[in-house]
Design a protein around this ligand. Sequence first.
Ligand SMILES: Nc1ncnc2c1ncn2[C@@H]1O[C@H](COP(=O)(O)OP(=O)(O)OP(=O)(O)O)[C@@H](O)[C@H]1O
Ligand SMILES: [Mg+2]
Length: 310
Amino acid sequence: MESAIEVKDLAKNYGEITAVDHISFEVRKGEIFGFLGPNGAGKTTTIRILTGVIRPDSGTATIMGYNVLKEPLKAKQIISVVPEMANAYIDLTAWQNLMLIGELYGVPKKERQETARHLLKEFGLYERRNHLVRGFSKGMKQKLILCMALMTEPQVLFLDEPTSGLDVESARLIRDTIRRYNEDGTTVFLSTHNMQEANKLCDRIAIINYGKIATVDSPENLRMESSSLKSVEVSFNKPVLANELSKILNVTETKKIGDKIRLYTNKPHNVINSLMDYTRSKSLMIVSLNTLAPTLEDVFIKLTKEHGKD
Ligand SMILES: Nc1ncnc2c1ncn2[C@@H]1O[C@H](COP(=O)(O)OP(=O)(O)OP(=O)(O)O)[C@@H](O)[C@H]1O
Ligand SMILES: [Mg+2]
């Protein structure tokens, strides 16, 4: 058995809303697998199904061979979760929260205390260990939740947007921790809407939107696939037809967006040079000029088209 997670045809509706639309994928043992998608894509719903919080309408999922619907306890024993919503007890201290989790998972007292001390120090929370979580900032709570998830040594670690709302340094600390646990053998399943984060961390990324998976690939391959989605956005002091600019070399598509014209290209620098020439030859002036990276939506639309889904 080489897969850590196997998902087949998983679906979940909330009334009229399709949160997860018959998805299938596999996470290999030892990899950091990213679930990348915009708000409302179905990331949290998928994680909730996989971690046994909610039941799917149809489909199956296994974690390390355990069916999450038929053997939920066995599956839960080998995973840890950092959920979207903080779930530390606010009327307990940081220390008490960690002791409680350790006890629940049957970690011996001495080990429990050692691990907690180590984690709290690592995340800069040790000084505040005896303070009630009620008074913790959002970022401090988020770090404590990660500490709680790491009180056991999970075989599979689920993290739902673990760095959202954190400052740069805290986000980096969390990414470093994720990498280190992964190097020690933990398989990581992580959701994010941040492409850079997925690029930095993940071995493979599934792109999800509207409950569907567009593709699963390495960050490098995804970057290559989406490179033609770069664009240059320009506006002039006088009206110019988008059509006119589509003749510029290396421009694959043009779009009028308000008073700006967007030129899609995989060679933004060449296009900018050509635009300069064009401007001079027509005695125009450039009012604004921007190079844009592809958005998640752009990549998703391109990929879904290419992969023949609707
Ligand atoms: N308990 C619920 N009741 C009704 N609709 C829900 C519920 N949970 C999720 N949904 C809907 O399912 C869809 C997917 O939601 P989900 O929370 O899985 O998205 P997400 O990818 O995690 O988004 P975000 O990045 O905003 O966290 C959304 O349209 C959402 O409104
Ligand atoms: Mg979510």
